[in-house]
Design a protein around this ligand. Sequence first.
Ligand SMILES: CC(C)(COP(=O)(O)OP(=O)(O)OC[C@H]1O[C@@H](n2cnc3c(N)ncnc32)[C@H](O)[C@@H]1OP(=O)(O)O)[C@@H](O)C(=O)NCCC(=O)NCCS
Length: 205
Amino acid sequence: MPHPGWPAELTAGPVLLRPPRWRDARAWSEVRLRNEEWLRQWEPTAAGSWAERHAPGAWPALRAALRRAARDGTMLPFMICYGGRVVGQISAANIAHGVLRSCNVGYWVDGAVAGRGIVPTALALVIDHLFAEVGLHRVEVDIRPENAASLRVVEKLGLRREGYYERYLDIDGAWRSHIAFAITVEELDGGTLLSRLPSLPRPPG
Ligand SMILES: CC(C)(COP(=O)(O)OP(=O)(O)OC[C@H]1O[C@@H](n2cnc3c(N)ncnc32)[C@H](O)[C@@H]1OP(=O)(O)O)[C@@H](O)C(=O)NCCC(=O)NCCS
């Protein structure tokens, strides 16, 4: 049975979210290699060097794993494009159906385009899609207390603080505590999360 709401392309202004493609290898590798310092401290602990894990040749296996998870219905992995260029990723992971109908969303963006409201827009698009098309009831975002920029993202969208998880995720070589934020569909009162944003990002240039 096809996974509801997948594949999908979601767009708002200059921000486009779409499934990963084989031909993203070079663009993905370039942005990931250039952003090691920016991203590493917030990312899952992984074996191998950053350079090895983000070479263009690493993309096919990663993309295949994302595609498999999407087909199985456990994940919605989107590339974030801005002005037609790949600048990041946003994924709904750990999708549970049945009585829970919930998931976790994670994201990153190229430091060169940070601060333009790209990820708040992307997160709003994804959550609206998860509620309207995938049929989920709840979405969670877990953020390290030190991650001021990411805390601003959920604040801009009015996600509710739900709790504090001690030593919760294995990030950058250690078990890191996280603050859990969540939203359930009722909190949108029939509206969209995207409409909570005062404006969309301006196009690049
Ligand atoms: C967290 C992150 C996804 C936010 O994405 P974004 O598209 O830049 O989000 P915004 O444009 O709303 O900016 C959020 C905050 O970042 C800060 N910021 C703005 N410009 C910035 C810049 N050039 N560099 C660093 N931080 C900046 C500001 O505090 C901003 O809040 P403000 O709009 O109230 O000033 C992005 O900073 C990122 O990818 N960080 C590294 C990976 C990461 O932390 N992932 C999330 C793990 S939970």
